[in-house]
Ligand binder design. Sequence first.
Ligand SMILES: Cc1cc2nc3c(=O)[nH]c(=O)nc-3n(C[C@H](O)[C@H](O)[C@H](O)COP(=O)(O)O)c2cc1C
Length: 309
Amino acid sequence: MESLWPVLEALGVASADGVVKTLTLAVPLIATLWYWSNRSLFSVPWQTAHPSGYCERYDPRHYSEEVRGSELVVENGNALENVPSAEHDLAYPHRRFAPTIKSHAELLAASRAHYEMMNSRRSCRFFSTAPVPREVIDNIVLTAGTAPSGAHMQPWTFVVVSDPGVKRAIREAAEAEERTNYDSRMSEEWKRDLAPLGTDWQKPFLELAPYLIVVFKQTYGARPDGTRATHYYFEKSVGIATGMLIGAIHAAGLTTLTHTPTPMGFLSFILQRPPNEKPYLLLPVGYPAEAATVPDLKRKALSEIMTVV
Ligand SMILES: Cc1cc2nc3c(=O)[nH]c(=O)nc-3n(C[C@H](O)[C@H](O)[C@H](O)COP(=O)(O)O)c2cc1C
């Protein structure tokens, strides 16, 4: 410590007799601490200070692709909309996008009707064996295929199973995994949370439903020249596509169950999928059994799931 005095003296923060000029040290220290605890006040618009303290810095490398080729239409100093710029050089040739513009009343009616239709969706565990036209399943899968995906890689495969022998093999393997899950792999908390739903290891619907749709996520793909194609955000993309698949099944008038007989490696084996495809979800699809029941669940209110900033 002795050897520090000459340095502190030279810096002007200590007097010759070794008494630290407290204020000289304290002021910058307090200012630094104050700045650090209030640094969100100094953030610029692209630097988002989240209430949780999480701070995401804008990195132009992440965003330059999205904003490239776009210009703002400005009227009286106000930005009205952004439009493609003259020199945009994107790989796909672009075409006009002009969906029908609805009035506010039409928006309200359409959004309400869609909400009511989707709110009547339920996961059903009791299926009828009544047949369903294959074309309906084709349309449902086509709908899932309209989902957005990272860099438009479309990293999904939907395996539609109707063969009774394959359905039986899937049921047997799923029940074997589920029996182990219920016997030893699930925590007590998990079993307590599942109890109100009345589920167990038995999955007869896997044979009874006329179709099983097994969703596979493609963790990578192949380019036309045979090299490996990166699949960006494949987990999110497949999740969105599966949500759209479930919505399409319901909108068609059929029912399904989001089923996860984990681990699901048996699906890759039975369905002979390539190594870049990993099983994501298993969905039986068909009509509900005539005597089907569902747990009388309540969904969270808008105020519990939405916050407006
Ligand atoms: C990712 C995921 C996995 C699920 N896995 C199963 C499952 O393995 N077995 C099952 O009976 N239900 C499963 N479910 C269905 C949920 O239990 C059901 O969605 C939830 O109870 C809400 O009911 P609802 O779909 O009728 O609104 C799963 C749902 C999700 C989203």
